[in-house]
Design a protein around this ligand. Structure first.
Ligand code: AMP
Length: 193
């Protein structure tokens, strides 16, 4: 199965994507994680992405499409995958259609987690606080200024994907303002519809 999970920063995409990937035995492909790994490994991609990520902007489509194209060629992606944090622009969505089409692959569903903006800010602040309490560094982009920019990027660039995938009949939306368990159950139910 090939899936996309969509939703604003702090909606719980990462948490739910991990659960779905475990439940369905498919790979969890997070472009944010791939980019953070590239930054940490100080690769050329990392050098290009670093400043943009720290300020909450979007890394250029071409660069993200390149890392996704390479990632889906790896053997584990053959059993299926859930894309988390990608696509984030219409350009990326069109690029993904081409990438899959060229390989004779189709998308099965696009899962949207809906959460309103005020709840997101609380969640991200809590996520940063929890990381610090566990003795881990908080993500550099989990702070109110950067969050504002990430939410704007979502509203302007990513939210149009909801209509894009609804138009293809692939979109299934779930209310994200419920417990992790309930959201997970609703997402799995949505895959059957
Ligand atoms: P995430 O972990 O998905 O919240 O991503 C963290 C940051 O990585 C984002 O704020 C962007 O700067 C960058 N990023 C991740 N995925 C993408 C993408 N598909 N397109 C552009 N930038 C991305």
């Amino acid at each position: 199965m090939r899936l996309i999970i969509l939703g604003p920063p702090g909606a719980g995409k990462g948490t739910q994507a991990v659960r779905i990937s475990e439940r369905l035995g498919i790979s969890h492909l997070s472009t944010g994680e791939m980019l953070r790994a590239a930054v940490q490994a100080r690769t050329a991609v990392g050098a290009q992405a670093r400043g943009i990520m720290e300020t909450g902007g979007l890394v250029p489509d071409e660069l993200v499409l390149r890392i996704v194209a390479e990632r889906i060629e790896l053997p584990d992606a053959k059993r299926g995958f859930i894309l988390d944090g990608f696509p984030r622009t219409i350009g990326q969505a069109i690029g993904l259609d081409k990438l899959l089409g060229d390989r004779g692959l189709l998308l099965d569903k696009v899962l949207e987690i809906r959460v309103d903006e005020s709840a997101l800010i609380d969640r991200i602040v809590a996520r940063a606080r929890e990381a610090v309490a566990r003795g881990e560094p908080a993500r550099k982009d989990d702070n109110p200024q950067t969050l504002h920019r990430r939410l704007c990027a979502y509203a302007q660039e990513t939210a149009p994907l909801v209509d894009y995938y609804a138009g293809k009949g692939l979109l299934r939306s779930v209310d994200g303002l419920q417990s992790i368990e309930t959201v997970a159950d609703h997402l799995l139910d949505a895959l059957r519809t």
